[in-house]
Design a protein around this ligand. Sequence first.
Ligand code: 5RP
Length: 268
Amino acid sequence: MRRRYKMDWGLKNRLSRIIKSDGHTVMLAVDHGYFLGPLSGLEVPAKTITPLIPYADSLMLTRGILRTSIHRDTDIPIVLRVSGGNSIVGKELSNEGITVSVEEAIRLNVSAMALSIYVGGEYEHQTLINLSKLVNEGEKYGIPVLAVTAVGKEMSRGSRYLSLSSRIAAELGAHFVKTYYCEGFEKIVESCPVPIVIAGGKKIPEQDALELAYNAIHRGACGVDMGRNIFQSEHPLAMIQAVRKIVHENASVDEAFELFKSLKRKRM
Ligand code: 5RP
């Protein structure tokens, strides 16, 4: 039987804003610019993100995009990316530090803080210590921490690697983990004592991305934290609604894809 530790009220309350009462969540990841710059689909963040907000359970982004591109009256839980200091053209992707103080996260009224770990990367130790320090701060102020099991430029995404990485994140105190879907995913879930959300990864055809979401949910993920497969779709609004149908309404891939096609026809 899986036992979850009893979280402090504030921490649990914040996490409940992200992971809904059905135990599932559709997080919209739009934090990519912190190391990728103005990638396709996020050149003008507000233009892409604003119409998607009503369909997302939370937004994962950096403080820069939060302050400049999200209206301050917006009622959506924020998962703030607080690691960075690297770039796609830099020497070593794993060379990340903590970029935001916990006071700043509180000022921004966030529901969680997110940070990448690079197990097996050149700066593995540094990123694991970053996670541990962030959890210490998060526990102090009741802010949950999402550990992202980053894979770097060349690292593999097999289940052995991802389960090692996810378990280490949980052992160091992450309150939930973001990883990738892969063959043997259920084993990753089984050996990770905190909830797991999956990243969507690089843009693939919509039906395939829906299948990815379906497989992840049916093999134990509590939700998705999807970015490119939503905002790089030619029909992002239709795509996010189709993803929701799988995550929150237990729809099949066919049902969700039918919804996608009908919303696409209506240009939604
Ligand atoms: C990068 C991140 C990204 O936000 C996330 O992986 C992006 O999601 P997607 O792969 O679905 O575009 O955490 O490390």
